[in-house]
Design a protein around this ligand. Structure first.
Ligand SMILES: *Cc1c(COP(=O)(O)O)cnc(C)c1O
Length: 452
């Protein structure tokens, strides 16, 4: 960086405060980040506005390849399926599909998106408890993999295939005790109480239904790799039992997603980056459990994974600006930022890594980060140590690729633009900033309110 004039830092009088110390003492301030994949944060904000989501195609590609390698190094047949609800911007989905991912969808809307993104019907996994009869019919027609969630869905599906005489490729979602409490038993059929096996029996009695796989998704941000070992072992045992009892070879085991990203959960003692299991640890737990479970070598099922969060969180950044610095009644320092929990939904769960964009002096302060909403819940961070920042300064929130761009709320203000930086470091708008017109387009005014 050229030595330009150093930015002015206002003097601060600070009450001595131990702050939240960890095993390694005071949390250190992260180095400033002024540039993402060759694009300066200032220039990006100038061109595309603030706040702004940025996705790095480089990081996304690398994370995907690392995950794929972690599994293919340990197991002969692996297929990743991109979890649409984690981030269903079409440009993002298309990158994953080009890298070889199938689509994992949980609604008719996501199913349509996958088709429009060019995914073959047979490479779409249709999950979720809310599939309509019309959506199921389409999935049957396209030979998609239908993962049955509950008995009523099975009855609708059975009626459809028997009416049309067309066969369906199905799996059931299984829930089980794998050491995570509370158990996610609201989705699928329970293993331990025999419900899963009963459903399998019923499916096997319908000629038009082909039971191809078994599916589970044991939780999200699951930090225990041991739980995946248990899940993979139990799923394998179930597949072997089906083989024995019905002479049906289960073609695939879908272990779902739920792997942690590098984010730090609120209240966590250590930084997520240091403490969360790597993708290799998850892969080792799952692959070794399946390999040990007693399948004939030539009948090993395809292993499908539907990881969302762990594949995209690190590629996403949220850039924003400081609207104001203020002192709270008790003397604490606070910043008002131009983005809040409406845009950064995951601030409810994570202490995101947040960095400044300029070089600062030694001084750091404990502060609170607020969003711009006129709502008491709009707290981006209760506690963070940052250099003093002033109106107009920029901040970079890291690890924001997962769930923010699907769970963001149009509340009080509009949603920001999303920019993809391609592998040649060129930025592209992949979602336009919303305007008043975007929102107004959905509204109607009844006649009696139009005039006067
Ligand atoms: C949400 C979801 C995923 C992805 O979960 P992550 O925690 O983001 O990895 C995968 N499979 C199913 C069925 C889901 O509902």
């Amino acid at each position: 960086m050229a030595t330009s004039k150093k930015p002015y830092e206002r003097p601060v009088i600070q009450r001595l405060n131990a702050g939240v110390t960890g095993k390694f003492g005071q949390p250190s301030v992260t180095a400033s980040v002024s540039n993402i994949d060759g694009n300066s944060v200032d220039a990006l904000i100038q061109q595309f506005g603030s706040p702004l989501f940025v996705i790095s195609e480089n990081t996304l590609t690398k994370t995907y390849r690392d995950a794929e390698r972690a599994f293919t190094n340990r197991y002969p047949k692996v297929q990743l399926a991109w979890s649409y609800k984690t981030n269903y911007l079409d440009a993002v989905c298309r990158i994953y599909h080009r890298l070889g991912a199938w689509a994992e969808v949980v609604s008719g809307f996501e199913y349509e998106k996958a088709l429009a993104n060019g995914v073959e019907g047979s490479k779409i996994i249709f999950n979720g408890p809310g599939k309509s009869a019309a959506e199921l019919e389409k999935a049957i027609h396209n030979q998609s993999l239908i993962h049955i969630d509950h008995a009523d869905e099975f009855y609708v599906l059975r009626e459809l295939v028997q009416q049309n005489g067309q066969s369906a490729r199905v799996a059931i979602r299984v829930n089980m005790d794998c050491g995570i409490y509370p158990q996610w038993d609201r989705f699928g059929f329970n293993l331990e109480n025999g419900e899963a096996f009963n459903m399998i029996e019923q499916i096997c009695s319908v000629d038009e239904m082909h039971l191809e796989g078994l599916h589970c998704h044991i939780g999200t941000f699951v930090l225990s790799t041991q739980s995946y070992s248990i899940a993979a072992a139990k799923m394998s045992q179930l597949a072997l039992q089906i083989k024995k009892q019905f002479s049906i070879t289960i073609k695939y085991l879908d272990l779902g997603g739920g792997f942690a990203s590098k984010n730090t959960l609120k209240g966590s003692f250590l930084q997520g980056q240091d403490a969360n299991p790597s993708i290799d640890k998850y892969a080792e737990a799952i692959c070794s459990a399946i390999l040990k479970s007693g399948f004939n070598e030539n009948e090993l099922p395809l292993l499908i994974l539907e990881s969302g969060r762990a594949l995209i969180d690190e590629s996403g950044y949220l850039l924003g600006s400081v609207l104001s610095h203020k002192r709270l009644g008790d003397g604490r320092s606070a910043l008002i930022l131009d983005f809040g929990v409406n845009v950064l939904f995951t601030a409810f769960w994570y202490d995101h890594k947040i960095s400044t964009t300029q070089v600062h002096g030694q001084w750091q302060e404990d502060m609170v980060l607020y969003g711009p909403l006129c709502m008491n819940i709009d707290v981006v961070r209760e506690h963070i140590t940052l250099p003093p920042l002033n109106k107009g300064d920029k901040v970079v929130v890291h690890n924001t690729g997962a769930y923010n761009m699907t769970q963001w709320m149009q509340f009080i203000s509009m949603r920001p633009a999303v920019v993809l930086i391609d592998r040649n470091e060129k930025p592209h708008t992949i979602r336009l900033r919303e305007t008043t017109a975007t929102i107004q387009a959905q509204e109607k005014i009844p006649n009696h309110l139009t005039h006067g």
